[in-house]
Write a protein that binds this ligand. Structure first.
Ligand SMILES: *Cc1c(COP(=O)(O)O)cnc(C)c1O
Length: 396
């Protein structure tokens, strides 16, 4: 049995998405900027994809910009807001400590340019409150950027309320919605969102295709200079096969949000309940305001890497949190942000479920994790010290 439980890292392309891209790799291979028939067919497809994506978020087609992925969309949103702010002498940006590195590293770059960045603390449940955002806004704040749902611990932020605070104070609001798009209902107008990033490969579309939604009144700054594609805001021949597959995957995902959640939530909660039976373990992230697919735990006296390798031997593809930090010895910045100490943060496990997960697979995963944790602890000197009372447990 192989169980892929790493859907927060990437998803398998759906057949719908594959079918949507094939004609544009075959007979309709034109460059949308070309004036001949094959080019114009590609251009029509681009227009159609933009309309279909816009519909999913209740915005206008001209507010949709296709990018190379979530990272590029995050970069462009943040840099654009910074350039707008700079012109008005506003060089303060608010974000949180547990954003994706596409956001955090872009902010670090702006700090070197003289911007001031406030990274808000995150509560232990992985949530930032609108009141905390409101309190951090200053007269010189040009941007608030807060992720919709966290990629490691699955916590969902009060986005409409944070958006309302920003709107009231006249500050631009961007959200990295890469984990949320296609999984949660998003309406940029009703939820007061000025800019939003998403990535197709997180909802069964292809890798290397993303979207930046930006309200039409926001002048964007180019990250990729080149031709006049994307209304002059992103150079480079459009990835038509990827864009068509992105639109198809997004439509399919959005049409199935409620059905998928109804299937996933009881199985997610069964998995959580099963893993909570493991002594000296803790669930990371909020129990209720949580992505339907996300389960994330810390286990005391466990090395996350060993846990992953042994689970892989049992056919379970999991993650210790973030694909980006694996291979490094630093514990996850997300787990540190919610207050886990280094030793505990090292013993983390993320299982991000696919929509086709079955109860039998959940039962298998519970047993497998229990067995592997017991096995690793039986060989751990730290565990022995804890058992003999020579060390204090951190997790009760
Ligand atoms: C995956 C991810 C990204 C990066 O998207 P890419 O398309 O891989 O560049 C950004 N933010 C979050 C929250 C993500 O999960």
């Amino acid at each position: 049995m192989t169980i892929y439980a790493d859907n927060a890292a990437t998803t398998r392309m759906s057949q719908t998405a594959i079918n949507a891209m094939l004609p544009y790799m075959g007979e309709i291979y034109g460059n949308p900027s070309s004036l001949h028939t094959i080019g114009q067919k590609a251009n029509e497809a681009l227009t159609e994809a933009r309309e279909r994506v816009a519909k999913c978020f209740n915005c206008e087609p001209r507010e949709i910009l296709f990018t190379s992925g979530g990272s590029e969309a995050d970069n462009q949103a943040i840099v654009s807001a910074a350039r707008i702010g700079e012109k008005k002498g506003k060089k303060h940006i608010i974000s949180t400590k547990f954003e994706h590195h596409a956001v955090l590293h872009t902010l670090a770059k702006l700090e070197k340019e003289g911007f001031e960045v406030t990274l808000l603390d995150v509560h232990e449940n992985g949530i930032v409150t609108p009141e905390e955002v409101a309190a951090a806004i200053r007269p010189d704040t040009c941007l608030v950027t807060i992720m919709y749902a966290n990629n490691e611990i699955g916590s969902i932020q009060p986005i409409p309320e944070i958006g309302a605070v920003c709107r009231e104070k006249g500050v631009l609001f961007h959200t990295d919605a890469v984990q949320a798009a296609g999984h949660l209902h998003i309406d940029v107008q009703a939820q007061n969102i000025d800019m939003l990033s998403l990535s197709a490969h997180k909802f069964h579309g292809p890798k290397g295709t993303g979207v930046l939604y930006a309200k039409k009144t926001i002048p964007l700054t180019n990250i990729i200079e080149g031709g006049a594609q994307e209304r002059g805001k992103r150079g480079g021949t459009e990835n038509i096969p990827g864009i068509m597959a992105c639109a198809a995957a997004l439509e399919e995902a959005c049409a199935n949000i409620d059905k998928n959640a109804a299937h996933l939530i009881p199985l997610r909660d069964k998995l959580i309940a099963g893993l909570e039976e493991i002594p000296h373990s803790i669930l990371n992230g909020d129990r209720v305001h949580r992505l339907p697919s996300n389960v994330n735990f810390c286990f005391e006296a466990i090395e996350g890497e060993s846990l992953l390798l042994l689970l892989d031997d049992k056919g379970i593809c999991a993650s210790s949190g973030s694909a980006c930090t694996s291979g490094s010895l630093d514990p996850s910045h997300v787990l540190l942000a919610i207050g886990r100490i280094h030793d505990v943060a090292h013993g983390s496990l993320r299982l991000s479920l696919g929509e086709d997960i079955t109860e039998e697979q959940v039962d298998y995963m519970i047993q497998a994790v229990k067995d592997v944790v017991s096995y690793l602890r039986s060989m751990s000197p730290v565990w022995r010290d804890l058992q003999e009372g020579k060390r204090e447990y951190v997790l009760k």
